[in-house]
Design a protein around this ligand. Structure first.
Ligand SMILES: Cc1ncc(C[n+]2csc(CCOP(=O)(O)OP(=O)(O)O)c2C)c(N)n1
Length: 284
């Protein structure tokens, strides 16, 4: 078993690899582009789930006892595909087909359970309801698997998210965790201007959930908040991951032009250089 510090290092390394590979896949996708900003803000969160807490085995992707992950902000698919490949669920070669015609890896995830793609998502506001059903199934069949749902903060403008939140509390789903990618931007601009969610943790608490605010780029803080022992009995759990959209590349950060777009080889080179410098791998 890995120590806490080894797991933190692994999550940080995976988030770094993820950001690099998003650039490569975004470039390869040509005019189809990719959701750079959306994928970068969730890099540590999805890495913490897959490399820190999720109990699932790529050799047995249909094991009924496996933990479930639902990417409710399905437009972050590029980060999901890379993570699944890194974790051994999805064949590496398939990453080159991202966004091509008839690919198994389109802009929004399509269910393909043998590759770890548990559910089809992308129509925002539905992933948490799905998660409630999946977590309720565990309760009713006596299984002890956990369900993790990653949502966007803009996505939380959808009323269906809060219906699901009420249901989760009603059913006492202490096997359900929602992670909110709180990057304060959505495709139409600042969340505060579109529909202000104000103090998100307070909102989840008002709906009967346990809620924690964490730095969504701090692997250790994320792991601590996701860890089993921090879970209160009878309550679903919300982790508000405070993030920066486009985190890690100066011209992506807080720049909504990079919510979704295509990228040039020059921009990829500049972004790679920044990532490598920050990661201490210049010239590697
Ligand atoms: C039901 C629905 N409405 C609109 C969209 C279009 N859409 C795609 S991404 C996005 C913004 C999402 O913002 P947020 O959840 O904050 O995600 P992030 O900023 O992390 O990309 C929207 C409105 C959609 N996918 N689904």
């Amino acid at each position: 078993m890995r120590s806490r510090s080894e797991t933190i290092r692994l999550v940080e390394e995976q988030a770094y690899r993820l950001r690099r590979r998003v650039l490569e896949m975004g470039l390869e996708a040509g005019p189809h582009g990719a959701h750079f900003g959306s994928a970068y803000s969730m890099a540590e969160a999805i890495s913490a789930v897959f490399f820190g807490v999720l109990r699932s085995d790529p050799a047995h992707p249909d094991d009924p006892g496996r933990d479930r992950f639902i990417l409710s902000k399905g437009h972050g698919s590029v980060a999901y595909y890379i993570t699944l490949a890194e974790a051994g669920f999805l064949p590496e070669g398939l990453l080159h087909t991202f966004e091509t015609k008839d690919s198994l890896l389109p802009g929004h995830p399509c269910m393909h359970r043998d590759m770890g793609l548990e559910y089809s998502t992308g129509s925002l506001g539905h992933g948490l309801s799905l998660g409630v059903g999946v977590a309720l199934h565990a309760k009713r069949t006596g299984r002890d698997y956990q369900t993790y749902v990653l949502v966007g903060d803009g996505e939380c403008n959808e009323g269906s998210v809060w219906e699901a939140a009420m249901a989760a509390r009603q059913f006492g789903l202490d096997n359900l965790t929602v992670i909110v990618d709180r990057n304060r931007l959505q495709s139409d601009g600042l969340c505060r201007k579109v529909m202000d969610m104000d103090d998100m943790a307070a909102k989840w608490r008002a709906f009967g959930w346990e809620a924690t605010d964490v730095d969504g780029h701090d692997a250790g803080a994320l792991l601590d908040s996701l860890h089993e022992r921090s879970r209160p009995a009878g309550k679903p759990r919300a982790v508000i991951a405070h993030t920066v959209k486009g985190k890690g590349v100066s011209f992506f950060e807080n720049n909504n032009d990079w919510h979704h777009r295509s990228i040039t080889p020059e921009q990829v080179a500049a972004a790679m250089a920044e990532l490598e410098q920050a990661h201490g791998k210049e010239g590697a």
